[in-house]
Design a protein around this ligand. Sequence first.
Ligand code: LER
Ligand code: MN
Length: 273
Amino acid sequence: MKLSVAIASDGASANAFVVFRGLKESIIKASKLGYDGVELALKSPEEVNKAELTQWLRDNNLEVSAISSGQVFAARGLSFTDEDPEKRAELYQSFCQFIDLASDYGNLVNIGRTRGPIAGREYAYAESLFLDMAHKVADYAEKRGVTLILEPVNRYEIDFLNNLDQTSAMLRKINRPSFQMMPDVFHMNIEDDHIGDSFIRNKEWVRYVHFADTNRHAPGDGHMDWDEIFSALTTIGYDGWTTCETLPYPDPDTAAKRAVAFLKGGQYATYYR
Ligand code: LER
Ligand code: MN
């Protein structure tokens, strides 16, 4: 497996779930601490200057693990289940730009809260809005060789696709090769019956994993059963990214350092190449 950390640009809003802010500084720090990659949590594709990003990644021997789109919902209020045609057009345009960016960096774009809520409407209606947009972005992603990773998110953040079983059912309904899953163990701890069993039941879709402890602090700083997680990931033959998407607690440097020490410096070190 490879280890990554969620980062954002300086302009990211306060509610972005990232460890570090400021792309260049974050890349330098992540590399020094022993991460293999960074996940870019972007509000808009214009936050990235490709020439600069390529140089920073090369200088620090780091990869982009994925582009995440949570800020498109949290900061810009755009989502797949929005019915306003203008907002849908704006979202589609941003997603195509994210897909273009991902085709040069990591080939993965996350769909977390950006899938949007049901928000009191008839489920079938909200779902049809979601599916319509899902197929449009899949058409574009498939042309560019990019995979979209749909993330189950807990009920306190969104009322649609909370656990892995629900998300697998939706992926079967979408039935596009470009749509896979991004489980996040923080959400699984709230929503799934057993973390290990759920990974195993839904293994065919698992393409990328978010890591945080039960309190959303660094792995090792809560009461998550990491033996169960690593054992399940081994059982399903998972060898992809594990990305720390934690609160920057007690501060970004300490959180990032503690996560690497726990994951790569102790009993789980053998899982990392
Ligand atoms: C939000 O809780 C989260 O986990 C993000 O990755 C999804 O937008
Ligand atoms: Mn997540």
